[in-house]
Design a protein around this ligand. Structure first.
Ligand code: TYM
Length: 332
């Protein structure tokens, strides 16, 4: 059976972009793949974190996975730092990765900003850790949002370089799965910016932890333009906010963008927003409630993480054994 690996960083609030771009697709893929869904806490450390908030967010992401429909018995759920192979393989792969490949990564440039000299080595090396996550389990498929595409191309390059350098066929080249109508959900305040956990305005995103009233308020306040909605998808071309809201609506209703334009063409944003907020609440409120219920029992969540880490560790151990042997690292 093909194997999926994917993950979310436990930083800040999970939002609609994480849900529609990633987690919801995982739930749909779960029956057809052996799945590993990780809470990538080592990745979170590439930027400063408050230790208490990091631990809380790790459990919250665990709760969000389960509340969204990931089955912790069928799929493996665990946090990255519990399986030491991630950090270990990351080092071994970093020795196979030319600097030039990392210099191309746009996310590093965005996150490091103007003060690149002050950015941490971890932030720079982050895509190698991501490649290690995937290759540690020889994952064949990686479902992510569009923003992770470049990192996945790098993971493929690193897998290929390892196989070539050592004359082996150890790692499959992982295939990205960028699925659905909301592969890049944009900010509700600016349709040209990605919806992100780090945006200073909470009105820019719908969080999975938002209650029905907050969701309705954020949708009502979402930026729009003065025109009525277009009748065809082509009419969304220069209208980033309209395109984003229709894309979200399409993803939540499982319709195509063209169908949504047919349904809503010529209508005002205020009518459309009422319908969008209704469907968003209907889809997200059950997840919100279940997350709250799960968060009340921390020991249950911790037991799930432990069980997942034990299962992940068994698979990771086999890969690490093979990698070390191939590289000439003596393990007596
Ligand atoms: P992270 O935590 O930033 O995001 C988690 C997942 O959510 C998707 N996503 C979005 N999709 C659509 N619209 C958006 N606005 C949006 N924002 C985020 C991301 O594409 C991602 O799928 N490096 C990764 C985590 C990671 C990982 C991995 C993923 C670490 N190792 C191995 C896959 C495989 C990250 O920071 O995702």
């Amino acid at each position: 059976m093909n194997r999926i690996f994917s993950g979310v960083q436990p930083t800040g609030n999970l939002h609609l972009g994480n849900y529609l771009g990633a987690i919801r697709n995982w739930v749909q893929l779960q029956p057809d793949y052996a799945c590993i869904f990780c809470i990538v806490d080592l990745h979170a450390l590439t930027l400063p974190q408050d230790p208490k908030a990091l631990a809380q967010a790790t459990r919250e992401v665990t709760a969000a996975y389960i509340a969204s429909g990931i089955d912790p018995e069928k799929s493996i759920i665990f946090n990255q730092s519990m399986v030491t192979g991630h950090a270990e393989l990351s080092w071994l792969l970093s020795c196979q990765t030319p600097l030039g490949w990392l210099n191309r990564m746009t996310q590093f440039k965005e996150k490091a900003g103007k003060h690149r000299e002050n950015a941490g080595l971890g932030l720079y090396a982050y895509p190698v850790l991501m490649a290690a996550d995937i290759l540690l389990y020889k994952a064949t498929h990686v479902p992510v949002g569009e923003d992770q595409k470049q990192h996945l191309e790098l993971a493929r390059d690193i897998a290929g370089a390892f196989n070539r350098n050592f004359g082996v066929e150890l790692f499959p080249l992982p295939e990205p799965q960028i699925l659905g109508h909301a592969t890049r959900v944009m900010s509700l305040r600016d349709g040209t910016k990605k919806m992100s956990k780090s945006d200073s305005s909470d009105y820019s995103r719908i969080n999975l932890s938002d209650d029905a009233d907050s969701i309705a308020l954020k949708v009502r306040k979402a930026k729009t333009d003065p025109e009525p909605l277009p009748e065809t998808a082509d009419g969304l071309a220069d209208r980033p906010e309209a395109r984003n809201l229709i894309g979200i609506y399409a993803a939540l209703t499982d319709k195509t963008v063209a169908e949504c334009c047919q349904d809503w063409g010529g209508k005002t944003f205020s009518d459309f927003k009422a319908a969008l907020s209704e469907i968003a609440v209907a889809k997200l409120a059950p997840i919100h409630d279940e997350m709250a219920r799960l968060m009340d029992d921390q020991s249950h969540l911790d037991a799930i993480l432990k069980h997942g880490a034990d299962r992940a560790h068994d698979i990771a151990g086999q890969t690490m054994h093979a990698v070390k042997e191939i590289m000439g690292l003596v393990a007596v």
